[in-house]
Design a protein around this ligand. Sequence first.
Ligand SMILES: Cc1cc2nc3c(=O)[nH]c(=O)nc-3n(C[C@H](O)[C@H](O)[C@H](O)COP(=O)(O)O)c2cc1C
Length: 284
Amino acid sequence: MLALDKRNPSPFKIALIYFSATGNTKKIADTIESGLENQNISVTKIDITSYESRKKQLPLSQYDAVIFGFPIYSLRAPRVCRQWLEQLDGNGKKCSVFFTFGGFGKDPAHYYMKELLEKRCFTPVSTAEFLGVHTFNRCGWQAAEGRPNQSDFEAAEEYAQKTLRRFTGEDPNVISTFDKPMYSSEQLDMAEKFRFQLITQLPSRETLSCSMCMLCEKLCPTNAMDAEKGIADPAFCIACFRCMANCPDGVLHTNDISDTWDNKLKMHTTTKEEINQMESKIYL
Ligand SMILES: Cc1cc2nc3c(=O)[nH]c(=O)nc-3n(C[C@H](O)[C@H](O)[C@H](O)COP(=O)(O)O)c2cc1C
């Protein structure tokens, strides 16, 4: 392990790039950052959640390795993140990726993300998944309440240490292969298009007590929110609920989907308790 010596900072530089609409992925990114900094590693955190931030040129050549962090949306990293990754050139650089998810499906994510990163000439050395309270608990679900918790943060620290050993070459291995998912990318694309539109309405405002701070519009990852009109454009909204999570006036809302919760559990043959007891995992 690299020795901690604050007087002689290690030249090893890591870019920690994450998308986080409601804060779970950021919490894990923060834990990874402090774990690495305790090892005297230079970490630059880059938040690519906003629309504007994803248009900026990324100076990847400045870093020795990259860690990506994404939430799971419809079994994979959000489409906007995958599209953003498509324009990067890893140039052989080592990388790792972690996901946060709400306790339901996530398995195709590891396989397809590895495939995408390799296509972009990155060398993935590890992946991980951490529980995070499901975004749709805001409208009536009860999945992964209170997550990430202490056990998830401990898993994130372990992930940071093990990934660092692979980045520095102390552990020379790279990620092993994942089983090919039963759904093709095209099938997942189709499901992604309709899945949440069937149950969630777009965030909108039905009250006049809005201070017109415009934050919802500024923060929207896809430029879908129109603060003046108080509604998101269905052609662009990805139902991430970033606008609702950050509205200082609490005037944005969506529909209540509590009535879909029991069916969701049945579809996944699971229970609320089983989901809440799931553990975060590291894949090496
Ligand atoms: C549009 C959408 C789709 C989601 N799809 C899934 C999913 O397929 N499986 C799952 O376990 N969680 C799913 N989630 C829950 C998120 O992955 C989870 O809450 C995540 O930690 C949110 O990260 P953030 O707080 O950093 O935005 C979904 C959330 C949203 C908004």
